[in-house]
Design a protein around this ligand. Structure first.
Ligand code: AKG
Length: 287
């Protein structure tokens, strides 16, 4: 394949959030390994919209994923164009050394065809088996791959949102997200935070503000829970679970993988249908 030179892509914004948006009141429920997930945990997932697995992947599997990500950022595949840089380094991206680029990237997407180590973790057999249980026995199909990196002191917020506000799958589709910590994810460096059980309230209106997001006013003072995870830990979460991550103001890097699955063969809606559910138009609401 020939290399196509492309201009660097940037994340849309660097605006800081109000600290009150991310004040978790507790830590989420977890099990130790995939093998420890019981029928009660599956029920818990359906009621609360999430489940954490503290040791989902081995240190070797984590190291492989990091090596795969690093290789892509260092340019192992010049034909790979799915890299977005932090908005704050827009002025200096061209002057960064390849090493410095490692701490300037915000996200990568759609990389499995370019990096077999990342495809392998997305299709990890033990993980897929548990996702299938969460889908009531249906066969999961991977439809989205992302790596989300919060460089030290720079990594920006991902505002509160529901992932299904980004997808065209009909409401009622059991969309399952997985979020895998590659570094230790802490409250200080921007681990996931979510509203347990709120997936059952259905779609929330999203607005284009710092991102395509739930209105800050709606999230202020809400009782969120955090998902701190060691490397190799995993969060399983429902496509309608409101979640977000704060800015990383710590000195430690926070790298994570996020994959999404829907049952094989699920037909997508037209984009207008998604906006009828998640968009503000015609609903007499403001943010
Ligand atoms: O890893 C993060 O910072 C948040 C990722 C996320 O929620 C998303 O991209 O939907």
């Amino acid at each position: 394949m020939s290399a196509t030179p492309t201009l660097p892509q940037f994340d849309p914004g660097a605006e800081m959030h109000a600290p009150e948006l991310y004040q978790p009141t507790g830590i989420g429920h977890s099990v130790e390994t995939f093998d420890d997930i019981t029928a009660d945990d599956i029920r818990f997932y359906h009621e609360q919209g999430y489940l954490m697995v503290r040791q989902a992947f081995t240190p070797a599997e984590v190291a492989d994923s990091i090596a795969g990500l690093t290789a892509l950022i260092m340019g192992s595949r010049p034909d790979f164009t799915g890299i977005w840089f932090e908005a704050q380094i827009r002025e200096k991206v061209e002057t960064l050394t390849v090493e410095q680029r490692l701490d300037a990237v915000r996200k990568l997407a759609t990389f499995g065809d370019y990096e077999p180590r990342l495809r392998a973790i997305a299709l990890h057999q033990k993980m897929l088996a548990q996702i299938s249980r969460l889908m009531g026995g249906l066969q999961p199909e991977l439809f989205q791959e992302m790596a989300l990196i919060k460089p030290p002191r720079l990594g920006r917020e991902k505002p509160w949102h529901q992932d299904q506000a980004y997808f065209e799958y009909p409401l009622g589709t059991p969309v399952v997200g997985v979020w895998i910590a590659l570094d230790e994810a802490t409250i200080a460096n921007g681990c996931m935070q979510f509203l347990p059980g709120a997936h059952r309230n259905g779609p929330l209106i999203h607005f284009q503000r710092r991102d395509w997001q739930i209105c800050d006013n709606q999230m202020m003072g809400s009782r969120s829970v955090a998902a701190p995870l060691k490397p190799g830990g995993l969060l399983l979460f429902d496509g309608l679970l409101p979640h977000g991550t704060p800015h990383n103001s710590s000195p430690s890097r926070r790298r994570a993988l996020q994959f999404h699955y829907a049952p094989v063969g699920t037909k997508k809606d037209a984009p207008e249908v998604r906006l009828q559910h998640f968009g503000a138009e015609g609903k007499n609401v403001t943010c």
